[in-house]
Design a protein around this ligand. Structure first.
Ligand SMILES: O=P(O)(O)OC[C@H]1O[C@H](O[C@H]2O[C@H](CO)[C@@H](O)[C@H](O)[C@H]2O)[C@H](O)[C@@H](O)[C@@H]1O
Length: 266
């Protein structure tokens, strides 16, 4: 049921003094807007994240499809974990990094893909966000009557270039064909923080709004409280609960802060 998170979280977190909060960025911490550079984190959301980031017993990670340096800059909080490119790269608060190994031919493949997209579908407002380990083909600025055709053509080009293609908000995500995703990186992050029996040591909350976030909801099933941010009640999801907006995500984070304040001051 939508936005009915209080009872669910109070019951799930219980008296636990250790909680990992894993959050997607676009569409979860910030509303979807016309261009990625405009998706600034609302100050109230940043404030509650900042408070959670220094709260004893709370561990915070942002797991995004953006380039990892870009998402770190957009959130702007030190000492938390950032995963970018759908988990292919991670910056840990201790200064260490995880970079998922890509096939040696990847750079050539991505350059070829960019050239094909530029020659065929980068027009009528559509553009490529080159994020290094993956790219996003954006068509939000394309007139609505042209979107379907441009999306179909781009999808075919991405598939033919041997990339994984995923549908996003007015965009297609092109990712290398490696067995890695937001779910696998969520498990890696939790393992690194708590050890491989993390599920016995900490409670976990995950929230995301997009299809790539479903990998995390699936991987965490049974060991986390998971939320899909969506305004539709009919969305197919592996999440346990729905949240209707980024504003509700912010309210939920404030509720988590209250619960954890009680738990850590016991
Ligand atoms: O995993 P996320 O943090 O949710 O990132 C997913 C993609 O988000 C961005 O694109 C989307 O948000 C933009 C800003 O609101 C919007 O203009 C665009 O239409 C959306 O598709 C980002 O640009 C991508 O790199 C991320 O992969």
């Amino acid at each position: 049921m939508c936005d009915n998170y209080e009872e669910y979280l109070a019951h799930y977190i219980g008296g636990s003094s250790k909680l990992a909060v894993l959050l997607d960025y676009d569409g979860t911490l910030t509303p979807i807007v016309a261009h990625p550079d405009l998706a600034k984190i609302p100050p109230e959301t940043k404030n509650v994240l900042q408070r959670l980031s220094i709260m004893s017993g709370v561990f915070l990670a942002v797991i995004s499809g953006r380039n990892v340096n870009n998402v770190k800059e957009m959130v702007g909080i030190d000492n938390i974990t950032y995963a970018g490119n759908h988990g292919l790269e991670v910056l840990f608060p201790d200064g260490t990094k995880y970079v998922h190994q890509l096939p040696s031919e990847f750079n050539d493949q991505v350059n070829e893909l960019i050239k094909k997209l530029e020659d065929n579908v980068v027009r009528d407002g559509a553009w490529i966000e080159n994020k290094g380990a993956s790219l996003t083909f954006h068509f939000r600025a394309t007139p609505e009557h042209l979107r379907n055709e441009i999306e179909k053509s781009a999808q075919k080009i991405i598939e033919d270039a041997n990339f994984k293609v995923g549908k996003a908000h007015c965009a297609l995500e092109a990712r290398p064909k490696v067995d890695w995703n937001k779910g696998k990186v969520a498990l890696l992050i939790l393992d690194k923080k708590y050890g491989d029996n993390w599920s016995k040591k900490a409670k976990v909350v995950f929230a995301g709004d997009d299809t790539t976030d479903e990998d995390a909801m699936r991987a965490l099933k049974g060991n986390a409280a998971t939320f899909r941010v969506t305004s539709s009640l009919n969305v197919e999801t592996c999440a346990e609960k729905l949240l209707s907006s980024t504003e509700t995500v912010r309210q939920m984070l404030i509720y988590i802060e209250k619960l954890m304040l009680k738990n850590v001051s016991k």
